[in-house]
Design a protein. Sequence first.
Length: 320
Amino acid sequence: MKQFDFNIPDIAELKASYNNPENYILSEGIVSAVKVAMTLGQPLFLTGEPGTGKTQLAYKIAHHFKLANDEGEYKPFIFNTKTNSTAQDLFYQYDAVRHFRDANLKGGERQETVDYIDLQALGKAIALTNPGAFEGSPLMHDAVGKARHTVVLIDEIDKAPTDFPNDILYEIENMAFEIKEMGVQIKGADNLRPIVIMTSNSEKNLPDAFLRRCVFYHITFPDRKQLMNIVQNHLGAGSDYAHEELIDHFIRVRDVVKKKRPATAELIGWLRMLELEAFLDGDLNFNQLSTTQKEKLRFSYAVLAKNKDDLMLLEKTFCA
């Protein structure tokens, strides 16, 4: 029986490289869109193919401007939108079940509601514009110190129920939200307004009232020159000819597949796969691949194709 003959790669190292904000290449259009959104104090609403870097832009902004979250890391607060998300979920969560249980276990002893409130992404960002008001409060735990800007990522907002986008307009515009269970309003400092990035895969239309209050930018798929920069960023120094061969082949792959074309995220994963398989060692010419190279290439298509039909089509076109 054939045994596994490879070592487990350092996944943490691979993910760190992929997620490294310094590797994110900014187009002039994206820079302009971010500048406008920050100047107007409006959310930046991003659309584009899945995998084109919408989510990673929030990390790039936090890293570039050194905007720390409540853990002191130069990363955004993240809200992953779900099909059952409500506006309240973006600001805070109240654990009513645990509150009720504790009250009963402690013989009816009064339990403070604030102990069962957890601020969420945008709620934390608003509170951090005025952290001194929460010193010693369970609402912010140890996250006190200098008032500051932060970045908030509301990912895949198009997944949310129809009312969700409109339900958060007042809070974003006024930098305030109410914790109903406590009967208090949390008010932030308008001059330290968080940078809010919202992404959508364009799965459904969003309300006009919501769109009017956002700066919109569509991330188009990178052209050949931009793809070349991406390859060089992630592979480092190397042969320009080899890099060009990789890009040209990737473009041909996108032209061949029928159902789900790979985006830049798949390109980076594919490059890492080829590195692990030592495919890039030596001369590279996709028109004159050896039998071993074809087998490695066939294996690597599992990163680019997302269904059986596209996978078989790639194998038939390039590895026959």
